[in-house]
Write a protein that binds this ligand. Sequence first.
Ligand SMILES: Nc1ncnc2c1ncn2[C@@H]1O[C@H](COP(=O)(O)OP(=O)(O)OP(=O)(O)O)[C@@H](O)[C@H]1O
Length: 285
Amino acid sequence: MTLNPISAPIDSASEFHKIQSRPASIEVKNISVAFKTPKGTFTAIQDIDLTIQKGEIVALIGHSGCGKSTLMGTISGMTQPTSGTVKANGNLVKGPGPDRGIVFQNYSLLPWLSVYQNIYEAVDSVFKGKSSAEKREITEENLKMVNLWPHKDKLPGQLSGGMKQRVAIARAFAINPSILLLDEPFGALDALTKGSMHIELLKLWNLDNRNKTIVMVTHDIEEAIFLSDRVVVMNNGPAATIKEIVDVRLPRPRNKKDIVHDPAYMEIHDRLMGLLFDKFSIEDD
Ligand SMILES: Nc1ncnc2c1ncn2[C@@H]1O[C@H](COP(=O)(O)OP(=O)(O)OP(=O)(O)O)[C@@H](O)[C@H]1O
């Protein structure tokens, strides 16, 4: 398989409308999550409604501790909502499933397995009916996609942060989920590595004809705008809700260097800054 540049199909802002008219991939209905703590019940998120279309890239953004990971947890099925429902591809989410691949900031690779084995084991656990040759082919294809084939025999401890993150992303893609959930996947990376990871992610998304739905938690406004179709801004908790959903009607492919000069980008950036930092100001006199 050859890698297409991220410029594969030419898009325009009207592409945004096309995506919005696609079928729902994730339907979050009236979700609340409350945790039992020694001090009593703590409601992290409350009354959240969010529908994400198939093939959409959506970023969740908000201050630390507002409930982004909790909301992601309900979509992944790792967190049970106290009330409300989540559907993925029309099916009620009752727990984690192979239709939803998850990538965390800490990579969650198995340190005692090689890069190759980390991916092969995941493929093996999901594709029970496939032959070993087919599973080896999937493993190889995905490692090559993230340019890690030459490093396949290394242990995670012998890799840089960016390489580990690429293994985690290759593993998530190898199980071919229709939904990819990324919880601060690039948070620990330096700006340059982060920039290349954004390009890698969009390449993989394009290779799959933009069919995978991607939901990403981030603290990074620029990252959210560069990658997403919509940015979901959450209120501060407790009982956090969605404050506003900002549409990112910027044509794709997006060029990291040029996009920042686009007046539409600046407007979205200002809006997000306003939503996130409306209460903060620095008195310097
Ligand atoms: N298992 C739990 N038990 C009790 N409280 C929890 C639990 N998990 C999360 N919380 C609380 O719920 C709130 C939301 O946490 P969450 O991790 O979802 O926030 P976040 O927006 O992802 O934060 P960050 O950006 O810092 O990663 C926080 O106040 C957190 O302390």
